[in-house]
Design a protein around this ligand. Structure first.
Ligand SMILES: Nc1ncnc2c1ncn2[C@@H]1O[C@H](COP(=O)(O)OP(=O)(O)OP(=O)(O)O)[C@@H](O)[C@H]1O
Ligand SMILES: [Mg+2]
Length: 184
């Protein structure tokens, strides 16, 4: 497997680029149900754009209603696929920034959550290191300046590689959304 298949880099110059990548990832999950149980770890400093990416992703996955940031709650559960008549599935948005008590892992039901099916999208995964399983896909967002974010997607499992591969495959009726965000 070549490095290109394992790591993809992008420049995001606006939220429109963020949205395009999120839509491409969502299209992959909509196309293949096995990808809906992925664990995606999101790295980046405060204000890098992790929550923004997750919001666009959840919206593109058919989550309706308000998408609150889980900064204070650790986890916000959502129902993906709610915009269509087909099956629905769980999608969990997690933020470990304020996670500092290991007992919280069990108390907040996080062990059960990670053992169950459903998409897991975790901001600040380093703060729960030692608890979290290995991710399928690692997203790193680096703010270069207000209008420029250097981004990498790294596949860390066969499922993650499949996600990356499908992200790069244009939908039949549209140019590749991920490819339209400027490759670096
Ligand atoms: N690609 C982008 N281009 C320009 N601005 C962006 C982009 N992505 C996010 N922003 C803006 O950056 C700000 C912070 O974004 P966001 O809350 O998503 O960051 P975060 O990484 O989740 O931060 P935290 O670590 O505090 O949770 C928001 O005002 C958002 O509109
Ligand atoms: Mg956030």
């Amino acid at each position: 497997m070549s490095i290109e298949e394992t790591v993809q880099t992008r420049c995001w110059r606006s939220e429109a680029d963020t949205a395009a990548c999120a839509r491409a990832l969502a299209a992959a999950m909509r196309a293949e149900p096995a990808l809906r149980d992925s664990f995606i770890a999101l790295h980046g400093d405060l204000g890098a754009g992790k929550t923004t990416f997750v919001r666009y992703l959840l919206r593109a996955l058919g989550v309706t209603g308000r998408i609150k940031s889980p900064t204070y709650t650790v986890v916000e559960p959502h129902e993906a696929g709610a915009d269509q008549a087909g099956p629905r599935w769980a999608a969990y948005h997690l933020d470990f920034y304020r996670f500092n008590d290991p007992r919280e892992w069990d108390d907040a039901g996080l062990r059960d959550l990670y053992a169950a099916p459903g998409l897991k999208l975790a901001e600040w995964p380093d703060k729960a290191a030692g608890h979290l399983p290995a991710p399928d896909l690692i997203l790193r967002i680096e703010t270069v300046d207000d209008d420029f974010r250097a981004v990498s997607f790294q596949a860390a499992s066969p499922r993650g590689r499949r996600l990356l591969t499908l992200m790069l495959t244009p939908a039949p009726d549209a140019p590749s959304a991920a490819a339209s965000a400027t490759p670096s």
